[in-house]
Design a protein. Structure first.
Ligand code: URA
Length: 261
């Protein structure tokens, strides 16, 4: 085995699956000192946008405006899917193997939103098909919902390398695609999984523990009001079984609300 193969094998055994970052870096160069960093206009400009400015609606990005304009031209989910596949404004696209667009019934009553594709979704091109997806399918079944009758999507259509948390910029850039999917499906209710998706759609910075279990209205760009219910992400439930009881009570709330509206 060559040295390079041995290093790659060692990385894989350590759980490192991706070998790319958003920006190229010279690992042999000494790190920039804080003083030099402050003088570097590129860093200052980037930092002006980057620090946790929430709500996300305060982040103004050309790529996002571009996505917004494009989306308004999409009259069907197929149009929109083609637009997302051709969109080059988010660098995640270039490290992902596939574009994972929404899946399911285009006239679904329940629209479900997760964070971003993981490795299984990236490989198969469909949201929530890995371990979290299998748990989600079972969760839905407990309240009489079939995964194929719902519409399932993510805030991001591309997998962040190594499943890292998406940056605010990536979310803001791709948000118009999610919002247009909501308008085109026009569901009765939106079920949001996890904090990233809840913060992105509801434009706040609350923890999932405080958001979960409450109905919060989401208003589309066209003024349609749709109730949302947030709950824990299935990936979190797989790690923290003790929270399944709260998740179960959220599912029951979802079921009752669906019967009411
Ligand atoms: N986690 C998500 O948030 N979405 C997926 O599609 C898969 C895992």
């Amino acid at each position: 085995m060559s040295d390079i193969e041995a290093i790659v094998e060692w990385y894989l055994l350590s759980g490192v699956e991706d070998f790319c970052a958003d920006k190229p870096m010279n690992v042999l160069q000494p790190a920039e000192t804080p003083a030099a960093k402050a003088q570097n206009p590129a860093t200052v400009e980037n930092d002006a946008v980057r620090p946790a400015i929430t709500p996300l609606s305060q982040i103004n990005m050309a790529a996002s405006r571009n996505a917004e304009e494009l989306c308004q031209k999409a009259q069907t989910l197929d149009d929109l899917k083609a637009m997302v596949e051709n969109f080059d404004g988010c660098s995640l696209k270039f490290s992902a193997s596939s574009t994972v667009f929404g899946y399911g019934n285009p006239q679904a009553e329940v629209l479900i939103i997760g964070e971003a594709p993981g490795s299984d979704e990236d490989r198969l091109g469909e949201p929530f098909v890995g371990k979290s997806g299998q748990l989600l399918t079972k969760m839905l079944q407990t309240i009489g919902l079939n995964r194929h009758d719902c519409y399932i999507t993510n805030i991001l259509p591309w997998r962040p390398p190594g499943n890292r948390t998406p940056t605010d910029e990536e979310i803001v850039t791709c948000l118009p695609f999610l919002k247009r999917q909501i308008e085109l499906v026009d569901p009765k209710i939106i079920f949001i999984l996890g904090r990233s998706a809840a913060n992105a759609l509801l434009d706040n910075n609350e923890s999932i523990s405080s958001l979960r279990g409450h109905f919060i209205d989401y208003t589309t760009e066209k003024g349609k009001v749709i109730p949302t219910l947030s709950s824990f992400h299935p990936a979190y439930l797989l790690r923290t079984a003790a929270q399944k009881a709260k998740s179960w009570s959220d599912l029951l709330r979802l079921k009752r609300k669906l019967e009411e509206i």
